[in-house]
Design a protein around this ligand. Sequence first.
Ligand code: PMT
Length: 408
Amino acid sequence: MSDSPLAGKQIVVGVSGSIAAYKSADLIRRLRDEGVEVRVVMTQGATEFITPLTLQSLSGHPVAIELLDADQESAMGHIALARWADWILIAPASADTIARLVQGRADDLLMALCLASEAPIAVAPAMNNKMWSNPATQDNLNQLRQRGVQLIGPGSGDQACGEQGEGRLLEPLDIVAAMKQLAVPGLLQGRHVLITAGPTYEPIDPVRFIGNRSSGKMGFAMAQAAQQAGAEVTLIAGPVALSTPSGVRRVDVETAEQMREAVLRSVAGKAIFISCAAVSDFRPLSSESEKIKKATHDTLMLELAPTVDIVSEVATGDNRPDFVVGFAAETRHVADYARDKLKRKKLDMIAANEVGEGKGFAADDNALQVIWADGSQTLPLAPKPQLARDLMTLIIRQFDAKNSTENS
Ligand code: PMT
């Protein structure tokens, strides 16, 4: 028996009409490698892209397609299948399938199954990048998120239509990794996790500030990954243009000092603190109350004062969470500088990323070197949501290891 967290899980894989349907063959094989019992349900559209026989051979069971099929209903009817499923995973999920899911349609077997089942649903979208970014699709996805449907991906890159952009089905192994995290909720059940994200803005005058290029994407992805692992999550966010991951409590701040105060107010009782924010290291010593007029200055000197290092203060403070994770943004000597920060700031773990020239800050993808006292692991370039799930897996592992050593 596999020791995968997915072993023994019963997953209905729904395959809808998309050129990416061919990847569902590999996905089914990978899920079975993890010890998953798979049943496949295809939409009519999916059968235009891949044959049911292929998926039947890979899953080891007849593929169900028709809602009103006497043979299939006598084998395992759609209600029985709805009850059997621990999870329903729709991969690929076309834009049309997502829209029908939002509407609660029951006009084919896959949709009827989703309506009839109490099993959680995960959706791995696959579509052209314009269809993906269309407000109709984004609205649909928001509604699904609010209903607790889990989104896996999509990735970005070359598309079958010849275009480039977001909307690619994630690779089967990445979908399996995401399912591992989703199917084992409760790893952080009952734990509270505090996360900072985004930049801070340090005012020079009422219209100008010192800031940085952080978009908040990495920290928001961490918040979502922690929430999906069952934690109660508080996210303290600098100024970003991102919507709050569902189920996450968000506190908005602007300056490093406001972030510090919000962190210190929230940190008591937290099991894990993850400091992903790009906190400004300096702030103008004083900020003008009126806009500085260009005409009155040939040159302008700004006197800067250091900000308090929030993650160090938390890691050495009375309310120290059990596990404190910092990030390190470096343009060179990434691992060496990160190791130094790990020790100097008294962290349990540091996730280092190379930044600059389009890397790290604001990008959709990122790569991390994760370092702790007696180990390290490289997480290769991946979309930030996926990278966050992998980092969260590492954090949970080291957090558990630390707790079991302390309690033994
Ligand atoms: O937001 P994105 O666009 O998705 O980009 C992600 C990211 C590049 C911002 C993120 O992955 C990242 O690296 N975040 C940390 C950025 C940073 O400030 O690194 P640093 O090496 O300067 O700081 C080291 C650590 O000290 C960080 O955990 C930081 O949160 C913390 N710090 C720094 C200064 C300060 N005054 N207080 C702090 O707590």
